[in-house]
Every structure is written in structure tokens, then in C-alpha cells.
Ligand binder design. Structure first.
Ligand code: AMP
Ligand code: FE
Ligand code: FE
Ligand code: ZN
Length: 281
């Protein structure tokens, strides 16, 4: 079990456990640096910061994961130390979440035309107050027995190549990096191999102010990590990583601390934020 996990999700987006519970589980697992990085939401940060007080050895890094679609993949941008109290940021993220509602509803409609009938009300119920995402739709499909597991939902229906997939509203990766910088965050490219042509994205985003890339990701091979470490050196970027824990078993992400991330990654990330005068908690 690693002591560093810089990418985890809670019920503020598509994770299973509330932020407080994620923190407790991480504390019990001996994690020293934890970053809560919900999709398009910072609503979990304050409860997580409260809960972390019970674990004096653990530091919580506020973060957010901004999702964008590009023609040949997905580009997700993490924003470490983003000012989660800023009303303009919260309003921007609220807009993203509203567009997620619209998009998810379209996917539910498409599923209906394919003979897969899940109730939109049920999907919203599963998502609760959090940012709605495809895992919530997959859960509704599973409940009704259309699929056996989440992977099947993505493979057959709602993955990028699936017949029920709907793209999100246009926000470019460059804009996502800009938003993170605007609100006092350190932009880091998440799971860089989710889009084709990782190096081109790294180069372009670096020129816009990207500060780091994830290297230590769930399911990345030693070769993948070696290539990403090479890119980090070439473009002078910080390296981070994490489990992408969702609390949904092995189908999405790894267990908390389940991906080894060197402790220096967390230390350098924090040192860079300090140098830039960013607010750490
Ligand atoms: P969305 O934010 O609605 O586009 O959904 C993306 C989320 O779905 C990711 O953050 C993962 O939690 C999950 N996901 C994406 N691809 C898969 C897959 N192939 N199998 C299971 N879960 C996936
Ligand atoms: Fe997710
Ligand atoms: Fe992601
Ligand atoms: Zn994630």
C-alpha cells in the first residue's frame, strides 16, 4: 500500500463514498498525502478538510478534475490547490455540472432507442447531489439487469465508441488549463494516455502553463510510465499520480493507495505551490 494518492473521487462526483469517508479510509490505510479530485466539483473539499483533522499525519490536497473531450480521446486536467472557496469558480463548475445533466439525459434517451430502458429519475437519484457521470448511468443499467458489470456498459453502450455515447459541451483542454490557473491551481494532465498523441498534448498544454503530468496511473505498464517520465523530463514538468479510486471495486480505478506514487512527487508539488504563493489548504 502506497503512502501517496493524489487522485481520488467521492460522492461529490462519481465516487461511491462521501468525502469524509474517503478521508477516513485513507487515514486508516496509512496514506500521508491524499488529493480529492472530483470531476467538475470542489464540493467535497471542505468536508474532507474537516475529516482530515482526525489524522494529523495525513495532508489533504484540494483538487478538481476538469473533463474535456477531444476527437480521439479524453483529456482530463487536474487542478491542485485550486481556490475551492472562489464563488466564480464554483459558478463555473456548476455550469459544467448542469451540462453533464443534459448530456447524461441524452445518453439515457439514446439507450432507450436501443432497447435499454433506464429511468432518468433513477440515474439522478444514484448521482445524488454529485456531478452526474457515466458510472451512474452504468449503475442504473446494472440494477435493471441489462449488463453484468460496469465494463460491459462502457464496452457495449456508453464508452466513447459506444452507440449511446454523447460528447460533452465543448471546453478545450487549453481552456481547462486556463481555468485552473485563473483560480490559483496547478494544472496537471491526468492519465495522459487516455488521448491519442500524448506528447502533442503535453507540448501544447505546457506552452499554456501546464505544471505537471500524471505518470503513476492505474493499469499503466512500466513502459508507459517510462515514456511519461521521459516526457516530464523533456518538458520540465512535475510528476504525480494516484489510484483514481472511485470505491466501485476493480472496475473503475484502484483501491486507495493502490498505485505506487513516490513521496517526492507530493513534496515537489507542494514545494512548487509554495513557490508560486498558492494557498495550500
Ligand atoms: P463521464 O465523466 O460521464 O464522461 O464518465 C467518465 C467516468 O467513467 C470516468 O471518470 C470513470 O469513472 C468512468 N469510466 C470511463 N471509462 C470507463 C470504462 N471503460 N470502464 C469503467 N468505467 C469507466
Ligand atoms: Fe470518474
Ligand atoms: Fe479522469
Ligand atoms: Zn479521475
Amino acid at each position: 500500500m502506497g503512502a501517496v494518492d493524489l487522485h481520488v473521487h467521492s460522492t461529490a462526483s462519481d465516487g461511491k463514498f462521501p468525502p469524509e469517508e474517503v478521508v477516513r479510509q485513507a487515514g486508516r490505510a496509512g496514506i500521508r498525502y491524499l488529493a480529492l479530485a472530483d470531476h467538475d466539483s470542489v464540493d467535497g473539499i471542505i468536508p474532507a478538510l474537516q475529516a482530515v483533522k482526525a489524522f494529523p499525519r495525513m495532508k489533504l490536497l484540494p483538487c478538481v478534475e476538469v473533463s474535456t473531450d477531444v476527437p480521439d480521446g479524453e483529456v482530463h486536467v487536474l487542478g491542485y490547490f485550486i481556490d475551492y472557496t472562489d464563488e466564480n469558480l464554483k459558478a463555473t463548475l456548476r455550469k459544467f455540472r448542469e451540462s453533464r445533466l443534459n448530456r447524461a439525459q441524452k445518453m439515457v434517451k439514446k439507450l432507450g432507442t436501443l432497447g435499454v430502458h433506464v429511468r432518468w429519475e433513477r440515474v439522478k437519484e444514484i448521482a445524488g447531489a454529485g456531478a452526474v457521470g457515466r458510472p451512474h448511468i452504468a449503475q442504473a443499467m446494472m440494477e435493471k439487469g441489462y449488463i453484468k458489470n460496469m465494463r460491459e456498459a462502457f464496452f457495449k453502450y456508453i464508452g466513447r465508441e459506444g452507440p449511446a455515447y454523447v460528447e460533452r459541451e465543448k471546453m478545450t483542454p487549453v481552456e481547462a488549463v486556463g481555468e485552473v490557473l485563473k483560480y490559483g491551481g496547478l494544472p496537471v494532465l491526468a492519465h495522459p494516455l487516455s488521448a491519442q498523441g500524448a506528447e502533442a498534448w503535453v507540448a501544447e498544454l505546457k506552452s499554456m502553463g501546464l505544471a505537471g503530468i500524471e505518470v503513476y496511473c492505474n493499469n499503466y505498464s512500466t513502459d508507459d510510465m517510462r515514456i511519461l517520465l521521459g516526457l516530464a523530463t523533456k518538458y520540465d514538468l512535475l510528476t504525480t499520480g494516484g489510484s483514481d479510486f472511485h470505491g466501485l471495486g476493480s472496475e473503475i480505478g484502484a483501491p486507495l493507495g493502490g498505485v505506487h506514487v513516490p513521496v517526492e512527487c507530493a513534496e515537489r508539488l507542494i514545494a512548487t505551490a509554495k513557490q508560486r504563493g498558492l494557498r495550500l489548504t
